[in-house]
Design a protein around this ligand. Structure first.
Ligand code: MLT
Length: 404
């Protein structure tokens, strides 16, 4: 008799952003005249930079020529891309990450979701609360999260680290030592950042306790302030306790092209087993690599012209962030984030729940955002807006919210 993986039955509802899309589609069907502005899911809106488009065209032509055609990509990704990543994203920042420690993939979401596979189901995970839902849901699917308690909105085996207004949206060391610690900075959803000193304390904590930090730095390109680390490998000792995930989605607008990478240092050893070996085995078995043309496109962001163009794009989104932040402040909202991250985190007015505010904004302003409680119980009474809209839509959304 076939049995399903009943861990899936422990998942709560649909994936947050699918849920929101369904709600918005329902509203649009009932109100076809509504001019909806979507600042919910962190999906980019600016077209791919011209320099990257040129590379894509060239790479497509290469695929049509017998002399330059490429079949399966190398397991870890093409060397031209891994060398560029190692030089630009790491060596330039004083981190020693070898190109062979970089695994190129089709995005950080898949890697963040899949990485738990190389760890025992007995490991305890710790997550910030609120948190990007993929970390928790992928552990629920694997049977590592325990049972869901509706009253607390938490899974019994997950260690939640509340990130609230009172602690500056920063996690505190949990009383019970976790095996795996998910950290994402600049943070999704709060937009908060960790200073280098603070991150160093986490690295020291992990090394002291034998924990592994799964560090998601998908938003590092949006950092504008000094003393905010772009990589966990800027901290001393991180090579023996951390794995890092990076994404081209927000950095270079690749949400539709798909490209990311994961760094696993070769000195990262658990019980005599190199985690690099396990991930390489998994990669080789379950994955055939990101497409050549996409990896070529990705490498373009490390050229001077490519870099210049994506920096302009990032500056454009960060102008949006500033506009949202200032506009909401003027309207009397309590706001944070938006300085080193493309997310603005606001407190709902009049003690509305996050979903009440979602409905209110959708109905009264036709603006879509993301309810904070969708990211975890400590996100209740908060709400996230993204800076990834067009300038026009961003201005329109802020004006509508101000006029409520
Ligand atoms: C978000 O809105 O949180 C992100 O777009 C999700 C993602 O990157 O998968």
């Amino acid at each position: 008799m076939v049995k399903v993986n009943d861990n899936y039955l422990k998942l709560q509802g649909s994936y947050l952003f699918s849920n929101i899309a369904k709600k918005v589609n329902g509203y649009v069907e009932a109100h076809p005249e509504a001019k909806i502005v979507r600042l919910g899911i962190g999906d980019v809106t600016q077209p791919i930079a011209p320099e990257i488009i040129n590379t894509l065209h060239e790479a497509v032509d290469e695929m049509g020529n017998a002399d330059t055609f490429k079949g399966y990509a190398p397991d870890l990704g093409y060397e031209f891309l891994r060398n560029a990543i190692s030089d630009y994203d790491y060596k330039k920042r004083g981190c020693s990450i070898d190109p062979d420690e970089i695994f190129v993939s089709d995005g950080a979401k898949c890697d963040c979701g899949n990485i738990q596979e190389i760890f025992s189901v007995e490991n305890r995970i710790a997550v910030c609360d609120p948190v990007y839902p993929v970390y928790v849901d992928s552990n629920v699917m694997a049977g590592r999260a325990g049972d869901y308690d509706k009253s607390t909105e938490k899974y019994s085996s997950v260690i939640y680290m509340p990130c609230k207004e009172e602690n500056g949206f920063m996690p505190e060391f949990p009383t019970e030592v976790p095996d795996l610690i998910y950290l994402c900075f600049p943070n999704n959803p709060t937009g908060a950042v960790m200073t280098k000193d603070k991150l160093q304390e986490w690295v020291d904590y992990a090394n002291k306790n034998g924990s592994i930090i799964l560090y998601d730095s998908a938003y590092e390109a949006f950092i504008s302030e000094d003393n905010v680390p772009h990589s966990i490998f800027e901290c001393e000792g991180a090579r023996t306790c951390a794995i890092e995930f990076r994404s081209f989605s927000k950095t270079a607008g690749f949400t539709g092209l798909r490209l990311g990478y994961t760094v696993i240092p070769k000195d990262l050893v658990v019980d005599g087993v190199k985690l690099w070996d396990l991930w390489a085995r998994r990669h080789g078995t379950k994955y055939n690599g990101a497409p050549y043309i996409i990896q070529k496109a990705g490498a373009t962001i490390y050229t001077p012209e490519g870099r210049k163009q994506i920096e302009q794009q990032i500056a454009y989104y960060m102008e949006n962030a500033k506009y949202i932040y200032n506009g909401l402040k003027e309207a009397g909202y309590s706001v944070s984030g938006g300085v080193n991250a493309p997310y603005i985190w606001l407190k709902t007015p009049d003690n509305m729940t996050s979903w009440e505010f979602f409905d209110y904004l959708l109905e009264k302003a036709n603006v879509v955002g993301t309810p904070g409680s969708g990211f975890g119980p400590s996100g209740e009474h908060f709400f996230r807006l993204t800076a990834f809209g067009s300038r026009e839509n961003t201005i329109e959304a802020v004006d509508r919210i101000k006029n409520l």
